[in-house]
Write a protein that binds this ligand. Structure first.
Ligand SMILES: [Zn+2]
Length: 300
């Protein structure tokens, strides 16, 4: 049998798509769980007669393992709604293998990308949301979805669970330095928008990768990216050859090591982050998303 294969064009990836996967979960409240495949992380909610789940994980096998874990901890209830936190296939690419009959909710920008990309296994969005804030209720599960502007990917939605004081924002802030590549973080607005979420009352933060953290961990994550942006601008002043990985790594580790050297992954990933961020300043950013009035992307 051939698996859904996203945008891969080589049949050779079949072994990757079917590679055995395990998804485990941890209960955060009566109705709320976080699930992880060991690296990626998401969240799901028990509703009155069904389950509302964010994202799908990044291969058909992982999507099936996610469905199996939900069925294990909430037996007898089907996934009725999937919310795509953003368009990326490694988080939200395999609804066809996870819950093919579910209602699919996403921001309108995500809906457009998903429709036009047509990745194999990523089901189209059935309910597109416009605007910055939505108090939603799917089958009795109430929470708030937020898009305050471009932070990562296209049409990114974060979620606030007020009663639990839990905030979920996939692929944005981490409490460590492990996500170094940052290909489409929208650097011009990223920290400003992410820090704005501190106006919400939350104590626990669920990131899109790695371990859970708290409000302080979230703030450290914001501080790290902001300090990286400043260090990368200093690299110009110091005539650092900004295209050479090892030189940039040495430069930013010297600048940031005292304050952030304790972060998991700092030594291995900060050079790669620096290469990404320094080129933002060299080139001016990533199109409209990296302009000061990026709210232009919120409307139709
Ligand atoms: Zn992503």
């Amino acid at each position: 049998m051939s698996e859904h294969q996203g945008i891969f064009t080589s049949q050779a990836v079949q072994d990757y798509l079917t590679a055995p996967a395990t998804v485990t979960s941890e209960q955060l409240s009566d109705r709320l769980w976080t699930a992880s495949d060991g690296k990626y992380r998401t969240i799901f909610i028990e509703a009155d007669n069904s389950v509302v789940a964010f994202d799908t994980f990044g291969t058909p096998a992982r999507a099936r393992a996610y469905a199996a874990e939900i069925a294990r901890v909430i037996p007898g209830k089907q996934v009725s709604t999937i919310i795509y936190s953003h368009d990326h296939l490694d988080h939200a690419g395999f609804a066809a293998d996870f819950a093919p009959d579910a209602n699919i909710v996403a921001d309108e920008m995500t809906a457009k990308v998903v429709a036009m990309r047509g990745a194999d296994g990523q089901l189209p969005v059935s309910e597109a949301l416009s605007g910055t804030e939505h108090r939603v209720n799917y089958d009795g599960a109430e929470f708030v979805l937020l898009n305050r502007g471009p932070v990562l990917g296209t049409g990114h939605l974060s979620a606030w669970f007020e009663a639990e004081k839990v905030f979920f924002s996939s692929d944005t802030i981490l409490a460590n330095a492990r996500y170094g590549l940052m290909p489409d973080y929208h650097i011009a607005n990223f920290v400003k928008i992410m820090r704005s979420f501190l106006d919400l009352d939350f104590e626990r933060f669920v990131p899109g990768r790695y371990e859970l953290t708290d409000r302080a961990g979230f703030e450290t994550g914001c501080d790290y990216i902001e300090a990286m942006q400043i260090a990368c601008q200093s690299a110009f002043l110091n005539f650092v050859p900004i295209w050479i990985h090892d030189v940039m790594a040495g430069f930013v580790q010297n600048e940031l090591g005292k304050r952030f050297g304790h972060l998991d992954g700092f030594k291995e990933h900060s050079g790669q982050t620096a290469i990404r961020v320094v080129h933002h300043y060299l080139m001016g950013g990533w199109g409209l998303e990296d302009t000061p009035e990026a709210g232009i992307l919120l409307g139709d």
